[in-house]
Design a protein around this ligand. Structure first.
Ligand code: MIC
Ligand code: SF4
Length: 654
């Protein structure tokens, strides 16, 4: 839709993009450059992002605000995590970022509380950065290198999205959480084929959803595979900002009444019921009532999706005065120190502890699989956003995603339980307090003269690996063939391997660990035989996280192309940023003509791409030709030709 020539009103997303448009047209699919006001990084992606920022040679961060969070790797069973934290703290000081120390909370929760501002743009090296869309921000997740570039240039390049409007009407019934809304939306849309879309929420239903509830919805927009989702900024936004002592940062933002959208969908909140995402995908959603009675071994409430003050206070009210079931291990991880302090002060923490909860640190922890792995074949009910096979740390476990209300009901009963059936309890309906507990002492502000700071790098921290410019021809061997919906957790496991995020040589030894442990060796052998490595995949390759390691480590192993039926947005960009060709089958059925071990050839790559023509892959083993498309923008063509974004920027001298 071309909004430039037609005189119609603008939606919230369009208003924010218009105010930040540096280059390009607000026409779906057009390559645009958007000005970025804020950036966020977290330690698991941030170490590489800051190493890359250093490699760019830019002396100081240029965005209005940059925050470096430590929330993912805090296990510290060896020196590696602590070394990363020290590096990040010194880098923040040197280059001008706020540093949120380990223990202060999960990046998205803390950003919402302390930094998110309506009408602004945020780029974060974490796929759940869109959480801040609950505050009326255009908040986008990206790879660490894109964030490093945004810190240095204030710019982010993306194709102009299509914008869908979801109108919410009515009001949620008691026992239903915002999580049930987004799970319902995931049931409608699924997790694939939604690339390039932004969802804008509106409608009278917003009046009963406070900012943290809206943030639960925008958080899990990441699981839809969309670019981001955005709420307007209204009196509830103002109220939340006032409660955080940030009332002066409020600005109203609403869609014009004649704004036009690609599609409008209506959802009646009164019809939403408790939902569960069943193993092993956040899109595999079913109503709780269809699963009632299934034995539960573990219940965890936490993560950037559902660990707000409201969520934890509600869970505490449900379990207060009761004991959890004997067969359940019940873990609660508050989203931030602010939340922890507030549930401590109001007695909720005591209620949780009395009921039998194990209290975990205010970090990602269980969600990224580096603690609380369930027992063999256990059933785990969790309030986070991803239940990919093995992500919890136990391959044989079945993880279901739920609201805190459902999770608390399951913890008490020891089986999957509909919270509406907790008949003896009165639903804890309450308004958020007028004042939240504000204490920013765990956030270190940038220093005035960072030049003097000495960067500390531990022995586990290596240089970001370099790639060579694209070669015209690929003489390759298919190193692996995988199926549909391969997530970045499958490509690059996190959990116990997280501590190697800043050591690419070591981390590369775990690529595709859960699928094919011999992959790194296969890649090495192929290279010794003179072949480049190729990955073949089905639909929606690279779902999930923004971890650019899912591109860097394959690059390090000599992967030159990923050939798939479709590739998800952040991962596609990460591949390009590290000089790996993301190629798509013109005929999806051609997938069957490529197998692991096949020798292939692709010729005249640069020339063909420049002409916008399709590439032809010759499968020499099976003697078939296969047509592949690429869909590169002009800038992406240059990045690929240079062998990645770092090389491209150095060439351009920006
Ligand atoms: C995740 O939820 O998968 C992560 C861990 O937060 C990732 C980032 C990472 O892998 O470090 C994400 O969502 O981008
Ligand atoms: Fe952390 Fe989990 Fe949120 Fe990722 S999804 S940022 S691991 S809490």
């Amino acid at each position: 839709m071309n909004k430039e020539d037609i005189k119609v009103g603008l939606g919230v997303v369009e208003k924010i993009i218009k105010a930040h448009l540096v280059k390009g047209k607000m026409v779906t699919g057009d390559e645009t450059i958007t000005r970025i006001d804020q950036t966020l990084t977290q330690d698991a992606t941030g170490t590489m992002a800051y190493l890359q920022f250093e490699a760019l040679g830019i002396p100081k961060i240029k965005t209005e605000l940059a925050v470096s969070y430590v929330d993912h790797n805090t296990i510290q069973v060896g020196f590696e995590n602590a070394d990363d934290h020290r590096y990040l703290q010194t880098a923040a000081s040197k280059y001008g970022a706020y540093f949120s120390r380990a223990g202060n909370g999960i990046c998205h929760q803390v950003h919402l509380e302390r930094f998110a501002e309506p009408g602004k743009t945020l780029l974060g090296s974490d796929s759940h950065t869109p959480t801040a869309g609950g505050m009326g921000m255009l908040a986008i997740g990206a790879g660490g290198l894109d964030v490093a570039v945004a810190m240095g240039t204030c710019e982010y390049t993306m194709r102009y999205p299509k914008i869908i409007r979801i109108n919410l009407k009515g009001k949620l019934n008691p026992w239903i959480n915002a999580k049930d809304i987004i799970l319902t939306i995931l049931k409608m849309f699924g997790t694939k084929e939604n690339v390039g879309t932004i969802i804008e929420y509106g409608g009278a239903g917003l009046e009963s959803l406070d900012v943290p509830e809206r943030a639960t919805i925008t958080n899990m927009g990441a699981e839809l595979g969309i670019t981001t989702s955005v709420f307007p900024s209204d009196k509830l936004t103002k109220r939340f900002l006032l409660s955080q002592n940030r009332g002066d940062q409020w600005k109203g933002l609403k869609a014009d009444s004649d704004a036009k959208y690609e599609k409008v969908i209506n959802i009646n909140l009164a019809e939403i019921e408790p939902m569960l995402a069943c193993p092993h995908s956040p899109g595999n959603v079913a109503p709780v009532r269809e699963l009632i009675g299934k034995r539960v071994d573990q219940v965890i409430i936490g993560s950037c999706t559902n660990s707000s003050y409201r969520d934890l206070k509600t869970a505490a009210h449900i379990v207060k005065g009761h004991k959890i079931s004997e067969n359940v291990s019940f873990v609660v991880a508050p989203g931030s120190r602010q939340v922890l302090k507030m549930i401590t002060d109001d007695g909720s923490l005591s209620a949780l502890i009395d009921a039998g909860a194990r209290i975990a640190e205010c970090v990602c922890g269980f969600c990224i699989g580096n603690s609380h792995a369930p027992a063999t074949e256990a059933v785990s009910i969790r309030t986070n956003n991803r239940n990919f096979k093995g992500r919890c740390g136990t391959q044989s476990a079945s993880v279901f995603l739920s609201s805190p209300e459902t999770a608390a009901a399951c913890a008490l009963s020891g089986v999957i339980y509909d919270p509406r059936d907790l008949k003896e309890l009165v639903f804890p309906s309450f308004d958020l307090p007028k004042k939240f507990h504000v204490d920013d002492t765990m956030i270190i502000p940038p220093v005035s003269d960072g030049k003097k700071t000495k960067i500390c790098k531990g022995s586990n921290i290596g240089e970001p690996p370099k790639n060579e410019p694209l070669s015209e021809n690929i003489n390759g061997k298919i190193a692996i063939k995988v199926g549909d919906e391969i997530t970045t957790d499958h490509i690059m496991p996190a959990g116990s391997k997280l501590k190697y995020r800043s050591n690419i040589k070591k981390y590369s030894q775990f690529v595709f660990e859960g699928i094919e442990t011999s992959f790194p060796k296969q890649c090495k052998d192929n290279r010794l035989d003179g072949y480049s490595n190729i990955i073949v995949a089905g639909l929606s390759y690279g779902q999930g996280s923004s971890r650019e390691h899912a591109a860097i480590c394959p690059m390090y192993l000599g992967v030159k192309a990923v050939i798939a039926k479709s590739i998800e947005r952040i991962h596609r960009t990460n591949l390009i940023n590290f000089g790996i060709l993301p190629l798509i089958f013109i005929k999806p059925d051609d997938y069957q003509h490529l197998n692991a071990g096949d020798i292939i050839e692709i010729l005249d790559i640069g020339k063909t791409i420049t002409k916008n023509a399709n590439l032809v892959l010759k499968n020499k083993t099976r003697n078939v030709d296969i047509e592949l498309k690429h869909d590169f923008t002009e800038k992406e063509k240059q990045i690929i030709a240079a062998g990645g974004l770092l090389n491209y920027i150095k060439r351009k001298g920006k």
